[in-house]
Design a protein around this ligand. Structure first.
Ligand code: EPU
Length: 338
């Protein structure tokens, strides 16, 4: 096995944090993954895949396994739908483009999200009114202790808003190796009501959109608001949007009549954390190489050489300011490696 030493992880995390891996191994097959997990000479293992939802705040004194399992195939096909099996190391957006090429519907609203397919279930990625769970069938994951493969159904995954079993009781116990998704072959169900999709389609005079049109609209919106990690390091939304009770929401609305919100089940309200952060004056602010994105205050950025600690300190400052002003706690959605 080609184990390398003292490798910078800057290119392996979308925040572009230059933390070092003491040992590093690229994993290209399930057999290799099994063998790597059994290496007793390296008792500590650390898993990295697309690196799009993590903030590294220190060097990793372990064997870093970079999951590079590849392959997309049609697992099951019916008249109106198809189940595809995707290996964990496949880039998410490339997968979305692949589904659009074959006119399989379901992933179009999830276009242009950085990261790899294997990590998508961990935080139940979501955008523009669609979440991974809406198309998810199951995933396979390797037990880190026994190296056995286990299947997790949609129910097993306990998906919630940016949440799953892999962030809770199964955290650190499994490596997701593949994901199965169910997509439509015809009569695609479009979700265009959310965000600026309808305006974007209207701007281009599209009256009867196809899934490709919806994807293009989402790509245009994301490009206009979110920084490209290849240009400015970031991890998408740094915080989750807080969900508050009707009572808290009404008190907030009394003082701030312009507060944006989404009403959700059980008479609770989701408040955009980006708005709360902007109200505290952080939008577009820069502290050294750590900053808050100019066009979306929910996104923290690394202009080049910020350390993970600097980004973390900024995030804590923001949390405190939001709490002081609104008495609402915002919680990171990014996995912070301390
Ligand atoms: N807003 C502000 N100021 C800002 C940012 C947002 O006032 O700086 C306001 C906007 O004006 C709008 C509202 O907040 O009224 C919502 O903003 P936006 O549509 O950009 O969505 P979001 O709630 O901030 C969520 C997801 C994004 C996803 C978008 C679109 C979370 C944590 N984030 O952001 O997901 O792309 O909706 O569906 O739920 C990600 O998870 O990495 C991510 C980018």
């Amino acid at each position: 096995m080609n184990i390398q030493e003292n490798i910078s992880l800057k290119a392996y995390n979308t925040f572009g944090i230059a933390a070092n891996a003491k040992f590093f191994l690229e994993v290209n097959s399930l057999l290799q993954l099994q063998k790597a997990l059994q290496l007793s000479a390296y008792p500590e293992k650390f898993i990295i895949s697309g690196g799009s939802n993590m903030l590294l705040t220190k060097d990793i004194n372990a064997l870093v396994l970079h999951i590079n399992l590849k392959g997309v195939s049609v697992f099951e096909e019916e008249e109106n739908s198809v189940i595809i099996k995707v290996m964990a190391g496949e880039n998410w957006h490339k997968l979305v483009l692949w589904t659009l090429y074959y006119d399989y519907g379901g992933l179009e609203n999830l276009s242009y999200i950085p990261g790899n397919t294997g990590t998508a279930p961990i935080q139940n990625i979501g955008a523009y009114g669609v979440e991974l769970k809406d198309v998810f069938v199951s995933c396979e994951a390797m037990d880190i202790q026994t190296q056995e493969l286990k299947e997790f159904t949609k129910e097993d995954c306990k998906f919630g808003y940016r949440d799953s079993i892999f962030k809770n009781e199964a955290k650190g116990k499994y490596i997701i190796t593949s994901v199965k998704l169910k997509l439509t072959k015809n009569n695609h169900k479009l979700h265009t009501f959310y965000g600026a999709i309808e305006q974007e389609l209207a701007k281009n005079s599209i009256i009867h959109p196809t899934i490709k049109d919806v994807s293009n609209a989402v790509i245009a919106i994301r490009k206009s608001k979110l920084p490209n990690p290849k240009e400015i390091g970031n991890s998408g939304s740094f915080f989750k949007n807080p969900v508050v009770s009707k009572k808290v929401f009404e008190a907030l609305k009394n003082k701030n009549s312009d507060v944006p919100f989404y009403e959700i089940e059980n008479k609770t309200f989701k408040i955009p954390a980006g708005w709360l952060i902007e109200q505290c004056g952080f939008k577009g602010k820069r502290f050294g190489d750590a900053g808050v994105h100019q066009k979306q205050a929910l996104v923290l950025v690394n202009y080049d050489n910020a350390s993970g600690e600097e980004i973390l300190n900024l995030s804590e400052k923001i949390q405190e300011a939001v709490f002081d002003k609104f008495k609402i706690r915002i919680i990171p959605e990014v996995n912070i490696i301390k």
